[in-house]
Design a protein around this ligand. Structure first.
Ligand SMILES: *Cc1c(COP(=O)(O)O)cnc(C)c1O
Length: 394
């Protein structure tokens, strides 16, 4: 099997599995308990906080552990909204292609009286700092722009966007779930006030993540209860999961330079290979994208059929078309970069991992080419395109 869906989730690293299994047996105490067994769990928890903080240049006190990226996104946005409410500021700026954890929270806030501006991300899938600057108003309480997009992998100029926000006195949050562990990040140099991350996107366990909030940003609670996480996130901490996240992050962060060099070469080989297929196009900027992300549209086919046939060939991939999630709408990300419905339905996302080989890349290219040709062989849309009854778009 070739697993090329690392943007959906990653396998756990050996370091993470080792850490987690050991601690499940040995450190199951409650970190809030005062006896030795609880205090040992507390020490492990605080060491994990230090390790995670170090990777993004934060202070350990600025890290709150959560159940993952979705919760961190919700809490960050709700925090800014609560502060905004107090100051009579009800305007939030974001982009059209954020993850649903961000977009759906913003939709909920809209119903609560907030005014939401979603910025255009252009054909290349990149929002410009000037757009953010122009959109900021006196009543703007938050700018939230993702560091890297989960479907098309495009990397946003967050340092410059953060600088604009700082100059204008507006809070800046970034959903960095796809970026942490994969590209360099430094919350201070990058002018970030709040940042969301999730362990299962960098070879840690699912159901664990963290929210960075700069000193002075008082987090609003999503979950009320005990005084865990300095009273900002109630619930007994998942110590083995959190420690496994820290182990995975420390490891992948230490290998970032080598990983990036290898992945970029493999990504570009994959892009070159798939570009040879007629009436196909890469989605998102060719260079300003995650080292492991490739996303293509193929005219005249359905992404769902493509995935099923690739599965038969042992390749796990993903498509932007949301049929699998019970919706007939194509991906909001592909629509945001200007792909029309028909074309957006024929999309393929391949997100490769650090250990991918050249042979695997070549096998993916050959397989995708075969499957696309096969599907076009009995696609009514393709027949119309070939007969000149319909115009090619790609
Ligand atoms: C996966 C993902 C999330 C959600 O993270 P979970 O830990 O699965 O809740 C949020 N944002 C982005 C960009 C993601 O890729």
């Amino acid at each position: 099997m070739i697993y090329a869906d690392n943007a959906a989730t990653t396998n756990m690293s050996e370091a993470a599995i080792q850490t987690m299994t050991t601690l499940l047996r040995e450190a199951w105490g409650n970190p809030s308990s005062l006896y030795e067994h609880g205090q040992r769990a507390k020490e492990i928890l605080e060491k994990a906080r230090e390790d995670v903080a170090a990777v993004i240049g934060a202070d350990p006190a600025e890290i709150t552990f959560t159940s993952g990226g979705s919760e961190a996104d919700n809490q960050a946005i709700r925090t800014a909204a609560a502060l905004g409410r107090k100051q009579g500021k009800f305007h939030i700026i974001s982009t059209a292609f954020e993850h649903h954890a961000v977009l759906h929270t913003l939709e909920a806030l809209k119903k609560e009286g907030f005014d939401i501006t979603l910025l255009d991300v252009h054909e290349n899938g990149i929002v410009l700092p000037e757009q953010v600057e122009e959109a900021i108003r006196d009543d703007t309480c938050l700018v939230t722009v993702m560091t890297a997009n989960n479907e098309i992998g495009t990397i946003q100029p967050i340092r410059e966007i953060g600088a604009v926000c700082r100059r204008r006195g507006v809070l800046f949050h970034t959903d960095a779930v796809q970026a942490v562990g994969h590209i360099p990040l430094d919350v201070n140099a990058d002018n970030i006030d709040m940042l969301s991350a999730s362990a299962h996107k960098f070879h840690g366990p699912k159901g664990v993540g963290f929210l960075y909030a700069k000193k002075g940003v008082r987090l609003a609670n999503l979950i009320e209860g005990g005084a865990q996480e300095r009273g900002k996130r109630a619930g007994t901490e998942n110590v083995p999961g959190i420690a496994a996240m820290a182990a995975a992050l420390t490891e992948i962060h230490g290998k970032m330079e080598a990983n990036t060099a290898h992945l970029t070469a493999m990504r570009d080989r994959l892009i070159d290979g798939l570009s040879q297929i007629p009436h196909a196009a890469l989605n998102g900027d060719a260079k300003k994208r995650l080292p492991g992300n490739v996303n293509f549209c193929f005219e005249g086919i359905e992404g769902e059929s493509l995935l099923l046939l690739l599965d038969d060939k042992g390749i796990c991939a993903s498509s932007g078309s949301a049929c699998t999630s019970g919706s007939l709408d194509p991906s909001h990300v592909l629509l945001a970069i200007g792909r029309v419905h028909d074309v957006a339905h024929g999309s393929l996302r391949l997100s490769i991992a650090e250990d991918v080989t050249e042979e695997e890349i070549d096998y993916i290219v050959t397989s995708v080419r075969e499957v696309v040709e096969y599907l076009r062989g009995f696609s009514p849309i393709w027949r119309d395109l070939m007969a000149g009854k319909k115009e090619f778009i790609l």
